[in-house]
Design a protein around this ligand. Structure first.
Ligand code: SAH
Ligand code: SF4
Length: 373
């Protein structure tokens, strides 16, 4: 079996090169070819000796996962459905904005944590994605987007990466850290720590480990102001209740590239959106330096919750803002192609339906042949 070089971060690629009798700096060159220049053909790596290229061709491959579909929403949001084998697929979403281009990537097929309002959670847990499958999403999306925009690699269209797609990144810890290191590596994607965000439902020990291993920006899925509600909405809270989570946030802030934690808060009609809830959040904000990102609930087939009405979301935000808390409300984007937060289900079985829907309502479906060309 050839080794897939997309599995390696800089350190592990260097060890691999030493193992096959090559100089460590060659690993750096190859890392650049793969991630900076989007190359997966050893023959095109022109600054490597022909003998090394032949050797690599015999023992290694650069094998990203396969894109099943590539759909463009009316608002420019672009969703890639990525095959991860055995009838499973995960989703990668690119969100272009005036000031930045954010890529949202998945870290697991399904998720074991079963949050009440999350479509991925309702699928159950299938498996952790490998490093090649996670960084492969960035690799594929970069190539697809830059090719379409006619951009040169130096003018990157992806300026931010958020680990907020399917799965809980901190439950796939080792692979997530390798991916983060690649995102930050100057020979790979060269992003600053502030432009890479891990979103977690609150696995406390793993937050501490991340602070040591690779502290990037942290978003925490709060979703409720007290343990009673949070136990129901985010079941991991029964293991790591709010007080322990908030302590972990404060410990993390000592290592973090930003001086605040982003609290994500899904707005569920009649569940967590009252004035009292907002007041309780103001108290939480006195304990942890934070910003709030309110996410209007995105329904999915079979979900029992409703999105809070727009004026209630506005009032809720105003209450937080009046207390001096920076609060944003996430714009729902890519809804017409089921690419909004929490709508990511990624089953291949659903694919035909989803693609058809996108075609019929809005999105442009890019044919497979074009994608894999
Ligand atoms: N597992 C991680 C990251 C993936 S989920 C986490 O839970 O943080 C990314 C964000 O989308 C989380 O804040 C999650 O709670 C939110 N989310 C999940 N389902 C949603 C839905 N149906 N509508 C709106 N947001 C949702
Ligand atoms: Fe998993 Fe995050 Fe969904 Fe919860 S919200 S089930 S942790 S993906």
């Amino acid at each position: 079996m050839p080794v897939n070089l997309l599995e390696f971060d800089a350190d592990s690629l260097t060890s691999y090169f030493v193992d096959i009798g090559e100089k460590p700096f060659r690993a750096r060159q190859v890392l650049k070819w793969i991630h900076q220049l989007g190359q997966n053909d050893f023959d095109n790596m022109t600054d490597l000796a022909k003998s090394l290229r032949e050797k690599l061709k015999a023992v290694a491959v650069i094998q990203p996962p396969v894109i099943i579909s590539d759909t463009l929403s009316d608002d420019g949001t672009r969703k890639f459905l990525i095959d991860v084998g055995n009838g499973n697929a995960v989703e990668t979403v690119f969100i272009p904005e005036a000031e930045r281009g954010t890529l949202c990537i998945s870290t697991q097929a399904g998720c074991a944590l079963d949050c009440a309002f999350c479509s991925t959670g309702k699928q159950g847990f299938n498996r952790n994605l490998s490093v090649a499958e996670i960084i492969g999403q960035v690799w594929l999306a970069t190539r697809a987007i830059e090719r379409d925009m006619g951009r040169v690699p130096e003018k990157r269209s992806i300026s931010n990466v958020v680990l907020m797609g399917m799965g809980e990144p901190l439950a796939n810890f080792e692979n997530t850290v390798k991916v983060l290191r690649l995102l930050l590596d100057d020979n790979a994607y060269g992003l600053s720590r502030r432009r890479v965000t891990v979103s977690t439902s609150g696995i406390v020990p793993a937050i501490d480990r991340l602070a040591e291993a690779c502290p990037v920006a942290l978003a925490v899925s709060l979703h409720a102001p007290d343990d009673d509600k949070r136990d129901e909405l985010v079941p991991i809270n029964r293991k790591y209740p709010l007080s322990t989570l908030l302590d972990a946030c404060n410990r993390y802030l000592q290592h973090a590239p930003r001086d605040f934690i982003t609290f994500e808060y899904v707005m569920l009609d009649g569940v967590n959106d009252s004035e009292k809830d907002a007041e309780a959040l103001v108290e939480i904000a006195q304990k942890v330096s934070c910003k709030f990102n309110l996410i209007p609930f995105n329904p999915f087939p079979g979900s029992s919750f409703k999105r809070s009405p727009a004026d209630r979301i506005r009032r809720f935000a105003q209450k937080l803002i009046a207390a001096g808390i920076v609060t944003t409300t996430r714009k729902t984007r890519g809804g017409d192609i089921d690419a909004a937060c929490g709508q990511l289900a990624g089953q291949i079985k659903d694919k035909t339906k989803r693609t058809t829907k996108a075609k019929a309502t809005a999105g442009r479906v890019i044919p497979l042949l074009e994608i894999n060309a």
